[in-house]
Design a protein around this ligand. Structure first.
Ligand code: ADP
Ligand code: MG
Length: 758
């Protein structure tokens, strides 16, 4: 044997269970080790109660019964849509006068009225031992249940046509023996809930329970790793790991699984927050150049000349950032603020402070369109100061000559502010003294590139990540756990209303014509219109990379198709149309956006590429076709493109769904509020947890198994402060070796990239 004693959770199931059983578990459930089986939790619990014989059932009683299925049939309902499954069961677990398992029983002697009437199939137990259960989820029930199965049902006894019955009871299919759950004798069967595992037809829940019982009874779990240090466990009144395993798999009462889950959730939160706390500690220990504000510098001049007042939020966050970048420890700050809350201005003021102190700043945008846009708007905002600062843009569509000059200015330090896409961080770009990197993430959660940013000579830089999606605090602490978070929670004064309406073409086909008249009216009033469509061309669906929706169903859903249609509409005769989508090259896109910005385009038909940051103050109407194909935050982002100048905006969410359609609640939600925070919480709730953490495409098992970053915010906050304190006291986790081990497994192995995947 090896030098280290083997940890109990690492033992192979083959060494504990009967080899055949271990093999079956490996095959059906893909579990190989003791730890994996112990981490395979019941999906729910059935209240066991006394196992009641049918003869003793009374109306209104909550019961659990173990029964054998005689027949399963489905029939269509007359009164409403759908069908119903009727399952006839008996509490005589073996067919009378037959061997267990023989289902086509004889008619031997007991053929009575019920059986003759066809209500009771072949093996005819006494009428008092037969009951018919009804399931409205007919499909599921008839898939799960079959004649001959032993099944535990639990539910409330009610009456139908004079017969006692259970309607839609919970159930767990058992193996032939009819033994429910672990055969162990410890839990008091009259109160102990029965665990129901995610099982397969081949490997039933009670067989899993039996194997878990063997593991619990034969493996010494006191030796297993328990990442929750004792002091924290006592302080939060948590179970130990072995107690929690026992309680989750073999609860003695209904409370125990909850207590166990409290332990497991806290454990997950603690491990994760410790990973992040250690990373934050590493960042804290780094040193970089400070860029203190310079009295009389460009930033002061800029502030004095500002044509408007900073919002309170901009002022407060501005001070936080100004203080951060005046220090030697690199700033790592997340700035979140709704679309139009003025984040770019906050970033610009920080960049000016860096310039004042002799450094350079880089601003990274997710797309070239947006980089170009930032460049133009920063030039505008700076006015004559731009000369002193030196502002350059660098994208793949920058001409060779301009590019050479830009690279020279960046290398010499003449360029104080450099704007580009992430390509800016390519090797051939060398900064004289890069001090601050601003990453405009817009609505993305992913911060993939964030850690790859280093200044000249590998010196760390100050970092500001901006996101337009207001993220609930618990999510921010998890996804951006090593960042300080600032929030801009008000919009600048004078921001115009955008009224949003859902337009159901299924309910009102005639409204389609009205849409284009509406666009015409807007154009006649001298304003501009965005029309957003799912796909680019008639044939090619947009890829995820261009931010499109799914495959096209009709030409009206593509940029090219709709553009052709609009061009032929009498209502729009004489209007100037243009198209924009992700497959156009950078120069083409920039050219279209420039024309739009200059008011030379009336109606821009585009894919969701315009979602991010495009600023056309004169645009007052946005028509989003097939809005039901887009998520809440995308719709909200798109809508943020209008109502930006002095004009009130209108956003029309067009859908082919009728008012009962599955996406209607989402569209109505977007129409009903402009509060980005509300919407993003809603959005997150509708997504799978893994998607929030960007885990969906990774092969990793989610790091968060029992913890929900939305529902368990309290636990996460607690774990965060515990982890910070712990890491401060004991950075190398010498006193918490089990936690260190878990942290290494969770964090170091994947470099917590699973948290950052966009
Ligand atoms: P965000 O990047 O958060 O979406 P921007 O920084 O692009 O928002 O700001 C949107 C618009 O509001 C810009 O035209 C900007 O000049 C303007 N703006 C920013 N701050 C203020 C303010 N305090 N008062 C008035 N307008 C502002
Ligand atoms: Mg912006």
């Amino acid at each position: 044997m090896g030098e280290k004693p083997e940890l109990p959770e690492e033992r192979s199931l083959r060494s504990v269970l009967h080899p055949k059983t271990a093999e079956a578990i490996a095959r059906h459930l893909e579990l190989e080790t003791v730890g994996q089986l112990l981490e395979y939790f019941p999906r729910r619990y059935l209240p066991r109660g006394e196992l009641t014989r049918f003869a003793d059932l009374t109306l209104g009683q909550d019961v659990s019964i173990i029964s054998r299925i005689l027949s399963v049939s489905t029939r269509r309902l007359h009164t409403r849509r759908g069908s119903i499954a009727e399952v006839t069961v008996t509490d005589q677990l073996a067919p009378e006068g037959t061997q267990a398992g023989r289902v086509d029983g004889g008619f031997g002697g007991r053929l009575d009225g019920l059986a003759a009437s066809g209500m009771v199939p072949s093996d005819s137990p006494a009428p008092g031992n037969v009951m018919t259960l009804s399931f409205f989820n007919a499909w599921t029930a008839s898939k799960d249940l079959a004649a001959g199965d032993h099944v535990m049902f639990s539910g409330m006894v009610n009456e139908f046509r004079g017969q006692l019955t259970l309607t839609n009871p919970h159930y767990a299919v058992l193996t032939d023996t009819g033994q429910a759950g672990a055969p162990g004798d410890e839990p008091d069967p009259s109160v102990a809930p029965l665990p129901v595992y995610p099982a397969t037809a081949k490997y039933t829940t009670d067989r899993i329970a039996a194997s878990v019982a063997v593991v619990l009874d034969t493996v010494d779990l006191r030796q297993c790793t328990d990442p929750v240090p004792e002091d924290l466990r006592t302080r939060h009144r948590l179970m130990t790991a072995p107690q929690a395993y026992e309680a989750i798999h073999r609860p003695r009462d209904e409370e125990e699984p909850h207590k166990a889950l409290r332990y497991f959730r806290y454990r997950e939160a603690l491990v994760l927050q410790t990973v992040l706390a250690r990373r934050a500690a590493v960042l804290d220990a780094q040193r970089t150049s400070p860029y203190p504000a310079r009295p009389g510098g460009v930033r002061e001049v800029f502030d004095t000349n500002l044509p408007f007042r900073l919002t309170d939020g901009q002022r407060r966050v501005g001070e936080e950032i100004a203080a951060d970048i005046s220090r030697e420890s690199p700033m790592n700050r997340l700035l979140q603020g709704d679309v139009g809350s003025g984040k770019t201005l906050v970033a610009l003021r920080a960049m000016l402070q860096v310039v004042d102190a002799g450094g350079q700043s880089a601003m990274l945008a997710p797309t070239e369109v947006l980089a170009t846009q930032h460049f133009r708007s920063i030039l505008d905002t700076l006015g004559p100061l731009a000369e002193d600062v030196g502002v350059v843009v660098l994208t793949s569509s920058t001409s060779a000559g301009a590019k050479r000059q830009a690279l020279l200015d960046i290398a010499s330090g003449a360029a104080g502010i450099v704007i580009g896409t992430h390509a800016l961080l390519g090797d051939n770009v060398s900064f004289a003294s890069l001090g601050l990197v601003v990453v405009d993430e817009q609505h993305r959660f992913g911060v993939r590139q964030r850690h790859s940013l280093a200044g000249s000579d590998g010196e760390p830089v100050h970092r500001l990540v901006m996101t337009a999606t207001p993220i609930p605090r618990s999510v921010a602490m998890t996804v951006f756990g090593d960042l300080a978070v600032s929030v801009l929670d008000e919009l600048p004064a004078g921001r115009q209303e955008v009224s949003t309406h859902v337009v159901s073409l299924a309910d009102h086909p005639a409204w389609e014509g009205r849409l284009w008249q509406r666009a015409r009216e807007e154009v006649d009033a001298g304003r501009q219109v965005f029309v957003v469509v799912p796909t680019i061309g008639d044939d090619a669906p947009t890829s995820a990379a261009t931010g499109g929706y799914d495959a096209p169903d009709s030409p009206l859903q593509s940029v090219e198709g709709l553009n052709r249609k609009l061009a032929s509409l009498p209502a729009l005769a004489g209007t100037r149309l243009a198209t924009l989508h992700g497959r156009m090259d950078g120069a083409e896109k920039a050219e279209v956006m420039n024309r739009m910005a200059a008011g030379k385009v009336d109606i821009l038909v585009a894919t969701t590429v315009i979602e991010v940051g495009v600023d056309i103050p004169n645009a007052s109407l946005m028509i989003i076709m097939d809005a039901d194909r887009l998520g809440i935050s995308t719709l909200h982002q798109l809508r943020g493109r209008i109502g930006r100048g002095g004009l009130e905006g209108t956003c029309l969410l067009v859908t082919e769904q009728n008012s009962d359609g599955p996406s209607m609640p989402r569209l109505q939600a977007v129409a009903s509020t402009r509060n980005g925070f509300e919407l993003s919480t809603l959005d997150l709730e509708q997504r799978r947890e893994g998607d929030i953490l960007g885990d969906s495409q990774s092969g990793h098992r989610s790091a968060l198994k029992n913890l929900s970053v939305l529902r368990h915010a309290k636990i996460i906050e607690q774990a965060r402060s515990d982890a910070r304190a712990l890491v401060e006291r004991d950075p190398d986790l010498i006193e918490a070796p089990d936690l260190l081990r878990a942290v290494r497994e969770a964090g170091d192995q994947a470099n917590t990239e699973y948290l950052y995947r966009g």
